[in-house]
Each structure stands twice: as C-alpha cells, then as structure tokens.
Design a protein around this ligand. Sequence first.
Ligand code: NAD
Length: 366
Amino acid sequence: MTQKILLLPGDGIGPEITAEAEKLLTVLRDRHGLDVSWTSAPIGGAGYDAAGHPLPPATLEAAKAADAILLAAVGGPQYDNLPRELRPERGLLGIRAALGLFSNLRPALLYPELADASSLKPELVANLDILIVRELTGGIYFGKRQTGVETDYKVGSHVVPSARVARDTEAYSDFEIARIARTAFEAARLRGKKLCSVDKNNVLESSQLWREVVIEVSKDYPDVALSHMLVDNAAMQLVRAPKQFDVVVTSNMFGDILSDIAAQLTGSIGMLPSASLNERGQGMYEPSHGSAPDIAGKGIANPLAMLLSVAMMLRYTLARSDLADKIEAAVRKVLASGLRTGDIAKPGEATVGTVAMGDAVIAALG
Ligand code: NAD
C-alpha cells in the first residue's frame, strides 16, 4: 500500500532543504521502487502567516493521516514577539502531543572526514556512531507543577518561616518506561546490539523503577547487551570516551541534556537527523538544527541533516532499511569526495550550495 508522507517545510532555511528532500523522494519513488506519496502543509511561522496559527487545523489533520512526517525547522526573529501559544515551536509541540510521539531517537555520527570539526581530539571521535533514545512525553517536563508561598520550609537543618517555592515532579510509570525501553532494545538490535540505560538510581525513586523495568524488558532481548550508568558518569564518559556507547536510553530531562552533548561531539549540527516515534511506528523526522534565519534564502544551507532524516524515516517507519543504507552510503561518498557546504568546510576550503549538495547525494545513490 502506498505510504503517505507529510512535508512540513516551516521557516527560514526549511523550504530550501525540504526541496532537496523532495528531489530525493522523487528519485527513490521513480527509480528505486519506493511506494510513497506526499503532500505539504504550513507549520510554525509559515502556519501563522498562512492561517493565523503555528499548527493550522488542516496541518494537524494531515499529520494525523500521514504515516510519516518530515519537518524541516520552525522559528525566526519576526515571530519572537508573538504570544507564547502562537509561537512557531507550538506547532512542533502540538504535533508531538497529538500523535503521542513518546520516543526521540537522536543519532550522533561523525564522519572521519569531519573529525576536525569536533571540540574533542579527532582520534576520540572519528567514526563515532551513537544513538540516544530519549523518552519524550513523560518525566519532569510533564509532571505536576506548583509554585507558591510555603511556611516552615526546610532547607537542611534550617527552617525558613516563609519561602516562595516552585516544584516540578519527575514521575514515570512502568508502562512508560517499558515502552521506551522496547524502542531502545529494538533500535539496538538494528545496530551494534549494545544498550546503556542511564538513570540516577542511587538518588531517585523514579530511577529505581526505571532500572527495574528496563531489566524486566531486557529478558525479551537476550541478544542485546544491557548496561546501566548514572547520569553524571554518562555525561563524563560521553566527553571522555564517547565511542564506548552504541545505544543509550534515558528519561526526558537526562536525554535532553545528553543528546545535546552527543550532538556537540560531532561539531556539525547541519549533519544530524532525528526521529520522534509513537507506538504505531508513526514518526516525525527532522534535522536537529533550527531554521538558521541568518543564512535563509541564500542557498547555502547544508541539506544533509534533512536528507539523513529521510534515511531515518525509511528505516524506522517505511521499513526500507535498504534505501536508508543507500542514502547514508551516498552521504559518505560525497563527503569523501571532498564536497562541503560552508558550515562543514575548513577555512579556505571551496564550498558548494544547498542544491549542488543535494544533487551530489542523489548522483551518488547509484
Ligand atoms: P539554528 O540551529 O537555527 O542555527 C545555529 C547556527 O547553525 C546558525 O549559525 C546557523 O546558520 C547554523 N546552521 C543551522 N543549521 C544549518 C544548516 N543546515 N546548514 C548550515 N548552517 C546551519 O539555531 P538558532 O540560531 O539557535 O535558532 C534559530 C531559530 O530556529 C530560532 O527561531 C529557534 O527557535 C529555531 N529552532 C528551531 C528548531 C526546530 O525547528 N526543531 C530547533 C532549534 C531552534
């Protein structure tokens, strides 16, 4: 059956990199037997401009009806003063909530040719290939909140008679932990079969449950080697010896922080795709970078994170890992041939624009 893709170009460089993704999809459909159709809809600032809302109702309906969503990026300075509920990022959050996209997959992959771009020594990061699986709809960002004045508030052995206090709650159910653990074990099976679960089990009740449930789920995946690490150590290990990791699974807040550390190890945000999935395997795929308003409309944006997002979509929703492998191999070939957009070029190196980079990847597909 033909699978439906929704393209959400969004703002800034979004339309330019989406055009490259559309070119790639056309070639995969026409020459490589990919059975897909696609439509486009406005989101973010573009949604606000077109329909007065960052997630117009028609866009939300199209998202619900799609098998996979490919989002470029949202946001721009012209929207910074809108009220919070009309700001571009509300479009993204609205789709995540409506589709129940509870798992966020963020690979950090460093091609050896770009090892100089990392802030770590090239030998520590060359050929780095890790995947952070972050729980996306639970934990402290969604737990009960409370702000108010409390009397007799205890600070160690002190008692403050009256204090303004803000509370956020980290809460996880076994159901939420088990489903994100399953996503991570499945992902590990598709890769190096090593999973590290990161928690703060020595301090937090929620982490103790996390660890217990991950161990329970691991019984269904005897082929995947499971280890556990405390989050403070994981942050340190990521910058000390990042290649020890294959797949990392963790909670919403820990994943937020660790995935940014992992992204920075690669030194090139224009290269990193990401995926957010729900239980039905429906997913939203997007580059990890933003809308880059500083270079929008100039034809110089790096389209590779977007094209690699197409590869993730093929692997995790459209069940065409063969084509995902082809795209990733094409990107490697293009980088090995020396082609660079400005963001990944060394000083003085010749650069190409968005369209030339997209064309080169398509030509390298074979
Ligand atoms: P950004 O990622 O857009 O840009 C940071 C820097 O990286 C800029 O110098 C930019 O030119 C460069 N860059 C980013 N992607 C690039 C690419 N593909 N090719 C070449 N260079 C690239 O982050 P920012 O400047 O903090 O945010 C800009 C806007 O994007 C803001 O409105 C922000 O809210 C939004 N944003 C959106 C998302 C998203 O849609 N998921 C994520 C982050 C930021």
